[in-house]
Design a protein around this ligand. Sequence first.
Ligand SMILES: C[S@@+](CC[C@H](N)C(=O)[O-])C[C@H]1O[C@@H](n2cnc3c(N)ncnc32)[C@H](O)[C@@H]1O
Length: 324
Amino acid sequence: MLDPFTGSGTTNVECMVRGISSIGIEVSEFGCLLARVRTAQYDTEVLKKEIQDFERKAKEVDYSAKIRPGQYLRTWYPERSQKELLHMVRVAEEGSYTYRDLLKIIISRIARSARLVPHYSLDSARHPVRSPYYCHSHKRVCFPTESALKFLHRYCTDSFRRITERPEMGKATQRQRQVSKQGQRIICADAREFRQPHESITGVITSPPYPGLIDYHEEHRYAYELLGLKWKPDLEIGSKQEGQGERARERYKRDMVKVFGNLHSMSKDSAIINIVVSDRFNLYPEILHDTGFKISRVLERIVTNRTALRRGTFTEKVYIASKE
Ligand SMILES: C[S@@+](CC[C@H](N)C(=O)[O-])C[C@H]1O[C@@H](n2cnc3c(N)ncnc32)[C@H](O)[C@@H]1O
């Protein structure tokens, strides 16, 4: 199975649970980090010890030490949190941890919660809040977070729980277990450029980016800044800053024709392509047609569970297609 826009790796996680091998392509390094952590194999005892060790050392912050935080950290965190977060990164990088990537995800979760953003605009705040404010979400006065350490134990415990409670391979056969162990590859690449040399893909499940909706790098800026991940927003297809105008939509179609052209050459003749997308501008019938796929069904589903950034319900399509 292939997902050319794998994000945090949901397709790969579901393949792992079912003993299907999969490839996830994702341009954002933070997405790849998350997807790898979600699909990795863990020795629970080692993981537990490493998280406990990390938690203990992460608390030993030297508040008198001089630090040189970048502009982003200085803007969005009080000095105390800056020191704590940079210390956590050092602990994760300098310790000899097998599951360092999971520790990085724990740090990024802490960093996200510790930003100086008001609770009612977690994903869209333009300015930091540095004093108590009336919170429209909680209908009371709330206080900006003074210390990132406050979130340390919560995210250490929760991340351990999430990994150990994965439904992973519960009902899988012996063979499926083997496939699951070796079979999830996450590749950090631009889907317009990624090709496999032969026709090995039997299915595609993907939820592509859509014109002018989300800047995926920007959404997780805190993680890029702290963890030193490569910042490549220019490679995102359909980024928010390009808007939804005619030129942006034309460019989007051209980009997607490249991606689906690649998928066509990598797929077996019997491959089934599933695309989950809200497709407001009805772009996919043309993209699929131009790349040699024919649509066999279009399902509709109502999306209700929205995040703070994207409230309200909307309808999403699932295009099911195969080679012509
Ligand atoms: C709707 S999200 C996918 C969500 C995913 N199903 C998940 O489980 O998180 C679309 C993804 O496409 C990625 N993307 C955008 N342009 C890309 C490109 N040129 N190549 C590969 N991935 C890209 C974005 O970074 C984003 O993670």
